[in-house]
Design a protein around this ligand. Sequence first.
Ligand code: DGJ
Length: 733
Amino acid sequence: MAIIIDEKNKLFHLQSEKTSYILGFLKEDFPVHLYWGNRLEATPDFNQLLIVPYRWPRSFSAVDAITDEGDRVSRDNLPIEFSTFGNSDLRMPCFHARYKDGSTVSRFSYKGHKVYNGKKPLEGLPATYVEDDSEAQSLEITLTDDLTGVSIILQYTVFEKYNAITRSYRCENNGNDRITIERALSATLDFKKCDFDMIQASGAWGRERYAQRAPLMKGDMNVWSARGASSGVHNPFFALVSKDATETNGSAYGFNLVYSGNFIAGATVDPYNATRAYIGINPFNFSWQLEAGKSFQTPEVVMIHSGEGIGEMSRRFHRLYRNRLVTSKYKNEERSALINNWEATYFDFNEDKIVSIAQKAQKGGIKLFVLDDGWFGKRDDDTSSLGDWFVDKAKLPNGIDGLCNKINALGMKFGLWFEPEMISPVSKLYEAHPDWCIHVKDRERTLSRNQLTLDLSRDDVCDYIIESVNAVLDSANIEYVKWDMNRNMSNVGSALLDSEHQGEFYHRYILGLYKVLGAITSAHPNVLFESCSGGGGRFDPGMLYYMPQTWTSDNTDALARLSIQHGTSLCYPYCTMGAHVSVVPNHQVQRVTPFSMRGNVAMPGQFGYELDVTKLNEEDFSQIREQVGFYEKYGSVFHRGDLFRLKNPEDGNITALEFISEDKNTVIVMLYSMQGLANSPVEYINLQGLEKGAVYKKTQNGEMWSADTLMNVGIPFLTDFDYKNKVWIFEKQ
Ligand code: DGJ
């Protein structure tokens, strides 16, 4: 049983194979957080879990209660499970609401709880799920504010085998009056100490999700987005790790929000060296009018603890996401290597050019062709036509259907690019519906990449997107969709929301987006969807729920990609990362790297090419067949196996990744060096996670290696030349 309840003492112990999470109630009234970490076999006594904080009175702390033992209790000094404003806890709250009389004081106390097997979906929001009710247990605890009649239903699920806990809550307004929710984070989580480093993944276009690590100090440290998307600037992920944490040792607590819009995620260290971690919808520019009888659901936060280092934290996220977050039927299928024409042609193509690229690619063994931006309206550059999802017959005289048939005749599948959330001011759609874009009346409509964002908080706009995209998908044998989104929101407002509801805009947009994605993907279950946002500008679990892969970055330079893919892998598995080989000099950074390096860097991801194969020299072209063959043979090791980050790009000249297949029989090590070193020292690469006592055969030369030797002695790697890259494959004997 994953949830053990001590009814008498109101202790809730959420136990997975390797972790425990315990919460309880002080004076059967308000919820306190008692423990999260390595698995505890038995539930300790309440007093052992909470003995210190509330027995030491502190100056300036207001007192909420006196315990039976006579202790004066201030919530400010306690690890709180559900934090609100208006009591003695003066730290950043999880929930904050304004009531009819203008007051913002809430007081929630325990009303009841229920436990059930499995996990319920969250209304209107993507979330992790179970395939069988035996995989997880869920707990719902109801807290009520008797004065207002507002209830909070805390929602927990523990995935026993995945060692994951998810949290969210639903706010139900069972009172008589409307309330205004001004802050609805998904969770705050109090630690009794502060000696943590924070790890997060931040960047910008072309350098998304570079891993950052810094110590916490007194005060606040967070990442956030007010861009209308999770964004490539920050990601809704962070981890608090012990000072000694490495890939293989120490303790790591990871938080990741299943949400694609504005978020905040961080931690505050209080005066007494306790830490409050928090994550949820960004309260900046957010408010929600909750009418009597209505409820508000917060997005889900996935929480992973590992007592075995940062690497194991990542692997736990990866296993959960590839199995119980992604919903697409492709989650368990190996996907074809593809070729995309974006960097090959940009907007400058016609049917002949596209077919010639596909013909050549087919000779390299590639089985999927993706037609990128520029096929619709009159789009010869980025100044027009978004929203007009009608084929440009000047470029494609036989329509999408005609082109698709020609690609299919080559034995290849056909995929198509869309950017459905956008509208160009120069478009038929804008002529017909100038108020369909995000805007504030009488203010300028700021362009980014010459485009505006459609207002997905409106039902009519969502319906238009669903109908127009579905119509194209139904018009031809389209088996893959790249769903792009190339700007952030500015000058935000909706023509349909009144002044009291404008604060709901960002969240309503995301709810609209999820409705649209749900409708289109469920109407086309056989289409493989890839999400994209000017590269990896919306790489988050919310999008992965609907679309099993995300274009990781527009930066296809091999070296830059090592860092981008590394930061992304902190919580997202390689099977979710679109990764392509492009030409050199690289279009984003002008660097020249060997074809093999570009291939091997992209190989563990959802692999493909983004170049004009008709212009490749024979030597490079001949590598395509080899690379595609390798990918077809070993893709499942990268995509279903476990990742061990042996050496990370931020730590030095070598990056080394090890993948162990799901059946544990195949081990692949990918090695990359950035700089050649004359007269180079030998670097020893120590493998991880092998089966004790097992023997592995290196398939390339038949050498036999014991697991012991591979893990403790290591294998030598010489970094004598720039961009030296190697792949070692071992089969367990
Ligand atoms: C941004 C994407 O990341 C690119 O791959 C490409 O699809 C362009 N948009 C097209 O406009």
